[in-house]
Ligand binder design. Sequence first.
Ligand SMILES: Nc1ncnc2c1ncn2[C@@H]1O[C@H](COP(=O)(O)OP(=O)(O)O)[C@@H](O)[C@H]1O
Ligand SMILES: [Mg+2]
Length: 256
Amino acid sequence: MSMLRVENMTHFFGGLRAVHNYNLEIRPGEVHGLIGPNGAGKTTIFNLITGIYDPTEGDVFLEDHKINGRTPHVIAAMGIGRTFQNMLLWRHMTVLEHVKMARYSKLSYGLIGAFFGTPRRNREEAESEEKAFTLLRMFGVDQFADQWVPNLPYGAQRRVEMARAMAMEPKVLFLDEPTAGMNPEELVQMMDIIRQVKEKFKPAIFLIEHRMKVVMELCESIQTLVFGEVIAEGTPDEIQNNPKVIDAYLGKEIVE
Ligand SMILES: Nc1ncnc2c1ncn2[C@@H]1O[C@H](COP(=O)(O)OP(=O)(O)O)[C@@H](O)[C@H]1O
Ligand SMILES: [Mg+2]
C-alpha cells in the first residue's frame, strides 16, 4: 500500500505550465527526495498536494483517500504536515505556544471544557504541555520555550517550525528546503533531527532540498524535476550517475 500517491498531476498558472504529468508514490516510512533547479516547480508540487492550489488535472491520494479538492486545513488534519520554504511562524507567539497550538487539533475537550476548566480539560491540557515539551527537547529548542520566535537564532526557528509540524503527528511530513540558509553547524543539527524524526515517529517524508549531501544521505528514492517534468527517478546512486541529471542539474551545482 502507498502512503501518498499522485496520479498524472498537471498545473497551469495562467499560460505557464508549472507542473506537467507528475506522478508520485511514497510508501509508509519512506524518505523521498525532490530535487531540481530553481523554478522547476518543486514548491508548486507541495502546494498542490497540500491543498493550497487545486491541480488543473490529476488526483492525489493519502492512504487511498482522495484528498485533492479539500482545504489545506482538512488535508493537514488528515495527516500531511509541512514546513515552508520561507518559514511561516507567528511573531507574537512563544515557542511553546506554537507547538501547543498545533496540538489543539488533536484535543477533544471542546469549547465548554475549555471555558469551565473541567477535569478532563485540565488533564488533557497538562498532557498536551508535557508532549509539547518533549517535542521541544527533541528539537533542541526547549530552552527557548517562553521566548517569542523572532528572538531565536535562525536554525532554532527552523527547528520550531518542524516541531510544530510534528505536533500534529502527521503520517507524511513535507519539508521544503529545511536546510536553506543554514550554517554548517545548523546543517548538521538539522540532518540529525530529520534522522531522529524518522526513527522515532516513522512518518513518510517528502523532502525538497538543494544540498546534494543532504538528499543523498537521507533519501531512499529521488526524483529530479526540470521545467515541471520529472527527468529522472531512482535511488541516490542511480540519480547521482544519471547523465541527464548531471547535465541538467548536478553538473552545474557547486559541490558543498
Ligand atoms: N502562485 C503562482 N503564480 C504564478 N506563478 C507561480 C506561482 N507559484 C509559482 N509560480 C511559477 O511556477 C514555477 C515553479 O515555481 P516553484 O514551484 O516555486 O519552483 P521551485 O520550488 O522548484 O523553485 C516558476 O516559474 C514560478 O514563477
Ligand atoms: Mg521552491
